[in-house]
Design a protein around this ligand. Structure first.
Ligand SMILES: Nc1nc2c(ncn2[C@@H]2O[C@H](COP(=O)(O)OP(=O)(O)OP(=O)(O)O)[C@@H](O)[C@H]2O)c(=O)[nH]1
Ligand SMILES: [Zn+2]
Length: 299
């Protein structure tokens, strides 16, 4: 028996990587019985009596699981956000951050289209970077086309982790992935318009090694749902709130109506960015009003 990682899945075959070798494997019948379906990213046990093929025996518990793209055990979520076209939105950034924090995926913010900014808007982006980095998030303001420096910084932050790119349509995800993996030839906005054909929508996700990092070649979610997030967990998904929450009068303070709330005081003084707090209130409202429509998940 050997242990490896599924890095690609195509029509019932799972390609398991171990020590520089890839085995084409199939699931055993008992997978269905046990209600397990293997995902790209899964660590698995498999049996093999040769150097190229094998049979999956078991799947190790997952750290996390994403739906779009369908992949497991992701360490980093690269939030690709354009500075303009579409305009930079701290609301969307915070939405992705909260979503990733809840899934225990470390976010990295990667800003594209900086080349289209003037001095004033460049300064605004730098202010966002200072704030986000002060609360522990790496934020890369990329040049265009992305230089070795920008790309290397990104790969270095990912380290030995596995990463998925995400962000709204037109943010530059495919452009960035193509720069990291030129062999991919993902269609970008420009090319698909020029050729007048539609986009690929049914790509198979694959984890590609780049340096020490593993990168999912299919970008994910242009929009995200916060529906899995428990209301009581929301304050813990804002690291800037977490840093000060012990100074709130009440433990378990939701930082909304409670008296002597350190977070509200910090928003007043500017210690916590007002937009972060406003987004917090919006997410809180959204989670609250949607909850009754869904059966609560047992964790
Ligand atoms: N000027 C400039 N243009 C960029 C930059 N990054 C991407 N673009 C352009 O922005 C457009 C959209 O980029 P894509 O890479 O297709 O964006 P995407 O996020 O993959 O978009 P979807 O496939 O719709 O999700 C393309 O025309 C790119 O050439 C950048 O940093 N600067
Ligand atoms: Zn509070």
């Amino acid at each position: 028996m050997r242990k490896g990682q599924i890095r690609k899945a195509i029509s019932g075959f799972y390609y398991v990587y171990v020590d520089g070798q890839t085995f084409q494997t199939r699931g055993r019948g008992n997978f269905r019985v046990k209600n397990m379906s293997p995902l790209v990213g899964d660590y698995v046990d498999f049996e093999s009596d040769n150097k190229t093929e094998g049979i999956l025996i078991d799947i190790y518990p997952r750290k996390n699981e994403l739906i779009r793209p369908t992949v497991a055990n992701i360490d980093y979520g690269i939030i690709v956000m354009s500075a303009v076209e579409p305009d930079f939105s701290s609301y969307l950034v915070d939405r992705f951050l909260v979503y990733l924090e809840d899934k225990r995926i470390k976010p990295i913010i990667y800003v594209t289209k900086m080349d289209l900014l003037d001095e004033k808007t460049t300064a605004e982006m730098k202010a966002f970077k200072i704030y986000y980095e002060s609360i522990g998030y790496k934020m890369i303001l990329s040049d265009y086309p992305a230089s070795e420096t920008s790309l290397n910084t990104l790969i270095q932050v990912i380290g030995k982790g596995a990463a998925v790119f995400m962000g709204q349509s037109g943010a530059g995800k495919s452009t960035l992935l193509n720069q990291l993996m030129p062999e991919l030839e993902l269609e970008t906005g420009e090319i698909s318009t020029a050729l007048g054909r539609g986009r690929h929508t049914t790509r198979h996700v694959e984890l590609h090694p780049i340096g020490d990092a593993l990168i999912a070649d299919t970008p994910g979610f242009s929009t995200i749902d916060l529906v899995d997030i428990e209301e009581a967990d929301l304050p813990s998904l804002f690291p800037d709130f977490v840093a000060l929450r012990d100074e709130c009068r009440f433990s378990g303070c939701m930082h909304i109506n409670e008296p002597n709330c350190r977070i509200k005081a910090a928003v007043e003084t500017g210690e916590i960015a007002k937009y972060r707090y406003d987004h917090y209130l919006q997410f809180y409202e959204e989670i609250n009003t949607r909850k009754p429509m869904y059966v609560k998940k047992k964790k």
